[in-house]
Design a binder for this molecule. Structure first.
Ligand SMILES: NC(=O)c1ccc[n+]([C@@H]2O[C@H](COP(=O)([O-])OP(=O)(O)OC[C@H]3O[C@@H](n4cnc5c(N)ncnc54)[C@H](O)[C@@H]3O)[C@@H](O)[C@H]2O)c1
Length: 395
């Protein structure tokens, strides 16, 4: 049977310093009667919501703002946001913020006219269309949420995170202005930056990767390696912020079209149970997951090592994986990120339950070129619990 690969991206991806000001063109082209801005308190405090509103005021269209989006948002928050959006009678949604605000914005816009939300949240139904226009502006680099057809939320009842997936979640326009990330705190810069790298490396080795998605993931990894340290330790560098904005955007495009894998599958229960930030969970798990799954993609590990410039392993292929794992562990230290699950307050007794939950994230595990069983997942959690210093090596 013939197999085809679709490549899906938002209608417009606009990148560049000062791109925020051009949002008025996107708004005016749709002739809306009222705008609804979705963001969070941190982004508002940094002055970015006011900056956006100042630009939008020139459109002379009424607007309402909701800045109550909590980090690692839940399905009930989406429900609440949709209620407020519908009460406002706005017909144009703008999300400005990190992945949390953008996910709520894109899901609210796409679900605003749907009645049986439960079915969409549980995945029984897929969103087929979106009637309200949506524009997204990321302020972290990042999740790439502005270009993905996923939105991830916590399910408070089951204590897990789950994604909803539909092309209707792609915005009409993604406006990526690196200046919006200048105020991003260093811990968020580090965690969301490594998240971007996780998207790039996991989509690069994904069983759904294509020649096209690999172009994006390769470039994303190269830009990440070049700019992450400076972005974290010298946040006012627009060069570093621009490099990381590209890394995030390109990683997001490759994630949206090739999928991510076991690192994300194992991060979801940590987010659901312990509310550990998504980027931190991914960053911490990545070296321990790759220690195991990297064995099945030796050639890819040689290439990744060359992208992040840690050596040429073409004539010593089997040393590439060790070098990549070492690089990922060193990153945690260099970027002041936690180095063990223990340090994050995870209970050792919870690891079997977390492994059971992660083994259910089949949508992502099936993208990984190594079939991980529950006991192997548990082994990886145990390794990560001790920060690699315990007995288990997860294999
Ligand atoms: N849809 C997707 O494809 C996708 C991909 C990856 C992650 N995610 C989701 O994204 C969420 C995480 O997003 P995130 O890592 O961007 O963090 P976030 O959106 O939760 O933001 C983290 C903190 O940083 C602050 N912040 C963000 N930008 C700022 C700025 N420029 N200046 C000052 N403060 C700023 C926020 O106020 C918040 O307090 C998770 O819920 C995760 O599941 C979604």
């Amino acid at each position: 049977m013939m197999q085809f690969n679709d490549f899906q991206i938002p209608g417009v991806i606009r990148f560049g310093e000062g791109a925020l000001a051009t949002i008025k063109d996107e708004v005016l082209s749709k002739n809306p009667s009222k705008l609804f801005i979705i963001s969070d308190k941190g982004v508002e405090k940094a002055g970015l919501v006011d900056e956006l509103k100042e630009v939008l005021e020139t459109c002379e269209i009424p607007m309402e703002t909701m800045t109550d989006i909590a980090g690692e948002p839940t399905f009930s928050l989406v429900e609440e946001t949709i209620k407020t959006l519908n009460q406002s009678k706005a017909d144009f949604v703008i999300g400005i913020g990190g992945g949390s605000a953008l996910d709520v914005a894109k899901a609210s816009a796409a679900l605003q006219d749907k009645h049986d939300l439960e079915n969409y949240f549980s995945g029984k139904k897929t969103i087929e269309n979106r009637t309200v226009p949506c524009v997204l502006l990321p302020t972290t680099s990042g999740t790439g949420a502005e270009v993905t057809k996923n939105a991830i939320f916590g399910d408070e009842v089951e204590g897990v995170k789950r994604g909803i997936v539909s092309p209707a979640l792609l915005p009409d326009a993604a406006i990526v202005d690196p200046e919006l990330t200048l105020s991003c705190p260093s811990r968020v810069t580090a965690a969301s930056g490594v998240d971007a790298f996780t998207h790039a490396i996991e989509s690069y080795i994904s069983t759904n990767a294509t020649e096209q998605t690999r172009i994006y993931s390769e470039k994303s990894m190269k830009l990440f390696a070049e700019h992450i340290t400076n972005a974290v330790h010298n946040g006012s560098s627009i060069e570093a912020r621009t490099g990381m904005s590209w890394a995030s955007l390109l990683g997001g495009v490759s994630l949206a079209n090739a999928g991510v894998g076991a690192v994300h599958a194992m991060a979801y229960p940590l987010g659901g149970t312990y509310h550990i930030e998504h980027g931190v969970a991914n960053a911490l798990l990545m070296p321990f997951v790759f220690k195991v799954i990297g064995k099945t993609c030796t050639d890819d590990m040689v290439r990744v090592a060359s992208f992040v410039e840690i050596g040429d392993f073409t004539s010593s292929k089997h040393q590439a994986l060790e070098a990549v794992v070492h690089y990922l562990l060193q990153l945690l230290k260099d970027l002041n990120l936690p180095t063990s699950l223990k340090e994050l307050g995870v209970e050792k007794a919870d690891l079997p339950k977390l492994a059971e939950q992660a083994s259910q994230v089949k949508r992502l595990l099936s993208n990984t070129p190594y079939r991980l069983h529950e006991d192997q997942i548990l082994g990886i959690y145990e390794d990560a619990y001790e920060g690699g210093k315990g007995g288990s090596n997860g294999s």
